[in-house]
Design a protein around this ligand. Structure first.
Ligand code: ADP
Length: 476
């Protein structure tokens, strides 16, 4: 029953059932209408002849002394007090009314009030039962292929006119077969059309599944063809392609990140190995041993710095959201800036700040790292005698931290990559000084985890401004 779980077959089944229901409903209604129409026509003919016979039913009434009845009406009835024997004689014209197709002649039967059979036409079938007494207008009944119309006249006689309607019944049967044939053809056409449309509409799902299977084997460059981009499935294919592209970029970034991290670790490990090999190669003086150990210590410190950065990034990548508490960005910035004041003095950079209360939801430790990374960069990439200004303010849209410097500035081509991991504008220069190209990436990840944004504006040779915007503390 695997096919039953397929959407295509389920659609086809429902479509088929619906089509059968509609066609059956339509066919049955058409058949009913046709049948009612045929029977109505036969009934009208019977009613007309019943009028003729009913008008003649008068005890002892002779054709010569009776008025010519044109239909069955109370005026045509004989006076009830006439008590002559019942005698029916049809004129030649009336007799033609009781001729039909061969074997389908109209017939009449009259029963007397006491129940005995009265006048009866030659073509009447033998043994017809008298209908149950009935008041009111003429009534109809069917007996096999016979259709009969009867009426009780006020004097008590029952008049019945009938006919074999085998011809009409055959017509109705033929019409039913025609309907069944046309219905079957429409059903077959509908099922074939529905199947074709279903297969065509669901083809993209097959393509999506095939592409997903190729991607699962590791080929992330695969994309789903989106020929019918406007349809719902086209939209789904576009969204999936977008997701695949992001996944591919993310995997590429991961691979690049691992390669960069390994590369960064290689240098200090090489230093440690070279130093230890050299020291162990032969007997050294105490000073040489000290120098070797100092070099190993610097390499280890560099590795520790890198490992701490990698750990921070890994935590930021894995944590859903940092634990945020109501805090003041002004307080956090002030503490960080004060800690960096000695570094600024050592570099000959003038550090100033303009801090206003800025309440926000924050992870104080993480925001302190953002301030520290931005300010230490602003000091490091500055010129002697330059200045750094740290500003914290509260704005209607949120709280703001801006770190401006009068340093080297950054070329426009480098700006879009600045927040990428391990990106350094001048690799040789900053790498040599222990700058790994992770400070801005960590700051950017922290700001994003706080629901904020970080931007940079820079003019080469004049300086840069890094601006962080965070949501303010929700009221109440
Ligand atoms: P690094 O540890 O190398 O400083 P960052 O991620 O903090 O790594 O910075 C990435 C690069 O951005 C740096 O290599 C530097 O070239 C550039 N940069 C960062 N801040 C500034 C700044 N204030 N002025 C000029 N260049 C900067």
């Amino acid at each position: 029953m695997k096919w039953f779980h397929s959407i295509r077959w389920r659609l086809q089944l429902w479509h088929g059932l619906l089509l059968v229901a509609v066609l059956a409903g339509f066919g049955f209604t058409a058949w009913q209408l046709q049948r009612a129409n045929q029977l109505n026509r036969a009934d009208r003919e019977l009613e007309q002849r019943l009028g003729v016979i009913g008008g003649m039913v008068r005890p002892g009434g002779a054709p010569s002394d009776r008025p010519r009845p044109r239909g069955f009406s109370p005026e045509n009835r004989p006076p009830p007090n006439e008590a002559k024997p019942l005698d029916l004689r049809l004129t030649a014209r009336e007799a033609t009314l009781f001729e039909g197709f061969p074997g389908q002649d109209f017939y009449y039967i009259v029963w007397l009030p006491e129940g005995q059979q009265g006048p009866i036409s030659a073509s009447a079938p033998a043994g017809a039962p008298r209908p149950e007494p009935l008041r009111g207008p003429p009534a109809f009944r069917s007996r096999g292929t016979l259709r009969e119309c009867f009426h009780y006249v006020p004097s008590g006689e029952c008049v019945l006119v009938g006919r074999d309607i085998r011809g009409e019944l055959a017509d109705i049967r033929r019409f039913a077969w025609l309907l069944a044939g046309v219905g079957g053809a429409v059903l077959a056409l509908g099922l074939a059309g529905g199947g074709w449309i279903g297969a065509r509409s669901l083809r993209p799902i097959g393509e999506i599944s095939a592409t997903a299977a190729k991607i699962a084997t590791g080929d992330l460059s695969q994309r789903i063809p989106t020929a019918d981009a406007e349809s719902e499935l086209g939209q789904l294919a576009r969204d999936l392609n977008h997701t695949f592209a992001r996944l591919q970029a993310s995997f590429a970034r991961q691979a690049q990140f691992t390669a960069d991290a390994s590369h960064e670790l290689r240098t200090p490990v090489a230093v440690v190995l070279t130093q230890t090999q050299a020291a162990l190669a032969r007997e050294r003086s105490a000073t040489e041993y000290r120098e070797s150990l100092a070099a190993c210590q610097r390499a280890a410190q560099r590795m520790r710095g890198l490992i701490e950065c990698l750990l921070s990034l890994a935590r930021l990548d894995s944590a859903d959201a940092p634990a945020l508490e109501a805090d003041d960005l002004c307080r956090i910035a002030k503490e960080s800036v004060e800690l960096l004041q000695p570094l600024a003095q050592a570099q000959g950079v003038h550090l100033e700040w303009e801090l206003a209360p800025a309440p926000c939801l924050a992870s104080a430790g993480q925001l302190a790292q953002v301030v520290s990374n931005l300010v230490s960069n602003a000091i490091h990439y500055n010129r002697p005698g330059g200045s750094v200004c740290v500003k914290v303010a509260s704005e209607p849209a949120g709280v703001l931290l801006a770190v401006s410097d009068t340093g080297l500035g950054i070329a426009p081509g480098d700006l879009p990559h600045l927040f990428e991991r391990f990106y350094r504008v001048d690799k040789a220069r900053s790498g040599a000084q222990g700058h790994l190209g992770l400070g801005l990436a960590i700051a950017h990840a922290i700001v994003e985890a706080h629901g904020g944004t970080m931007e940079v504006a820079s003019t080469p040779g004049l300086g840069s401004t890094f601006t962080v915007r965070l949501p303010s503390l929700p009221q109440g």
